[in-house]
Ligand binder design. Structure first.
Ligand code: BGC
Length: 440
């Protein structure tokens, strides 16, 4: 089974091969070390996580069933956020970030049809209160790809009833937390949700269009509900920026929910260039830590949405770098380097007039990467498989992120460790034909 980041890499690489035939580009030069403005005191720095991936003690759900089925690595209790949330929130606070993203797990709070569990809701009450007490704003995801086991039995997203059931639960969550004024994420990466469902819940390809329609309806309906509760609410659904193919992919969902996005949430991980053809091999080997890192691609992703939704606030909901079991990457990138270089490109985007309001690092800690503990994205690494104490150990990126948050960016004279790739096709053709200048 090919993991989802790998699917992205495969498609990106394939597109890169095709595009390389027709595209070429140059990188314009300028003065090295030119001053770069910080992102501003109102910029939102954050960390991102998700319920199933972090909590442990999983209730019956599509994913708990899948993980228990033996097709993927067993789940255990992940990094046990369920019992260690105070510690993790304290770690986030010590970074100085303003936003803590998590998901409110439907499977936990509604264990039976028609019944919401008060203890489970209290758990999330405590988490949200802890985040607020630490001076942060919660970013709450209503659906990070996991739903109750009883809903699986009803047919999951294949069944028409799913939409009403989903909305009934989402309204409970909105009613409970609207007064906390969180940043809302309705559906995590909705275009990838059906692909995950094919894998974890046996969704048939023929059922995909109906699921997509239900996701669109779910977002648009709950968007209105949230705004009825709180007119100034900030609501999004984070798009998984797919290097090389986002424009056509947006027609599937993003363009249908665009009018009901208060800000554009973007997840950016991997780049694409003609040179990524070789990564097909590593992609087929289920090794996302070999996927190509091109920090400047985040600039192209932001530019794509700045042009598509002029003036609309842009927020990087997820960005990070995978390693294999916390080992050094073969390409030499370290977490600290990628983070600094990425933030440089965020500052460039803002300096070029893009309305960028926030950035979350994925993730605060390592966690269950949808079937495996081997890919590690955490600022703090946790060796779930070999360390029963689940100790959070800081990576080199922890002090770097703290400095970035304090200064609202990298120092004005900072230059990325690597120049931008030539003829990026993160946003074809413009990322190749209209490349960023470097140095500035
Ligand atoms: C997902 C996360 C995942 C991350 C890294 C994002 O697409 O929302 O759940 O862990 O990518 O692969």
């Amino acid at each position: 089974m090919i993991r989802r980041p790998i699917q992205r890499a495969v498609l990106s690489a394939a597109i890169a091969v095709l595009s390389a035939v027709t595209l070429s580009g140059t990188v314009a030069g300028a003065t090295p070390g030119e001053g770069l403005a910080p992102l501003g005191s109102d910029f939102l720095w954050g960390v991102a996580s998700a319920g199933f991936q972090n909590e442990g003690h999983a209730p019956d759900s599509n994913w708990s069933r899948y993980a228990a089925g033996g097709a993927v690595e067993s789940y255990g209790d992940s990094v046990d956020f369920y019992h260690r949330y105070r510690e993790d929130i304290a770690l986030a606070k010590s970074l100085g970030v303003q936003v803590y993203r998590l998901s409110i797990e439907w499977a936990r709070i509604q264990p039976q049809p028609g019944t919401w569990d008060n203890d489970a809701l209290s758990f999330y009450d405590n988490v949200v209160a802890e985040i607020r007490a630490a001076g942060m704003r919660p970013m709450l995801t209503l659906d990070h790809w996991v739903y109750p086991g009883w809903e699986v039995d009803r047919g999951g997203w294949s069944a028409p009833q799913m939409l009403d059931d989903w909305l009934a639960n989402a309204r409970v969550v909105v009613d409970r937390y609207a007064d906390d004024n969180p940043l809302w994420v309705t559906l995590n990466e909705p275009v990838f949700y059906p692909l995950q469902e094919m894998r974890a819940s046996g969704l048939s390809p023929a059922a995909m269009p109906a699921m997509v329609d239900r996701l669109v309806a779910a977002h648009n309906t709950i968007y209105d509900y949230i705004h009825a509760r709180r007119p100034d609410a900030m609501v999004t659904s984070n798009v998984a920026y797919f290097a090389g193919a986002e424009a056509p992919l947006d027609t599937v969902i993003e363009d249908r929910i665009g009018p009901k996005l208060d800000f554009i949430g973007i997840d950016y991980y991997y780049g694409a260039t003609p040179a990524t053809a070789g990564s097909i091999v590593s992609a087929l080997q289920n090794e996302p830590w070999k996927s190509q890192i091109t920090p400047e691609g985040i600039y192209y992703a932001l530019r794509f949405y700045a042009r598509k939704f002029p003036g609309r606030p842009l927020y990087i909901i997820e960005n990070g770098m995978p390693t294999e079991n916390a080992n050094p990457r073969a390409d030499g990138w370290t977490r600290a380097e990628v983070l600094r270089d990425t933030v440089y490109w965020l500052q460039r985007a803002k300096a070029d007039g893009m309305n960028l309001i926030g950035y979350n690092y994925w993730s605060l800690t390592d966690n269950y990467e949808w079937g495996s503990y081997t890919p590690r994205f955490g600022l703090y690494t946790v060796d779930v498989k070999t360390d029963p104490t689940l100790t959070r150990r800081p990576t080199d990126a922890v002090p770097v992120y703290r400095d970035i948050v304090t200064a609202n960016g990298v120092p004005s004279g900072y230059l990325p460790t690597r120049p931008p790739v030539v003829c990026s096709i993160v946003d074809p053709p413009s990322s190749c034909t209209e490349p960023v200048t470097f140095p500035r």
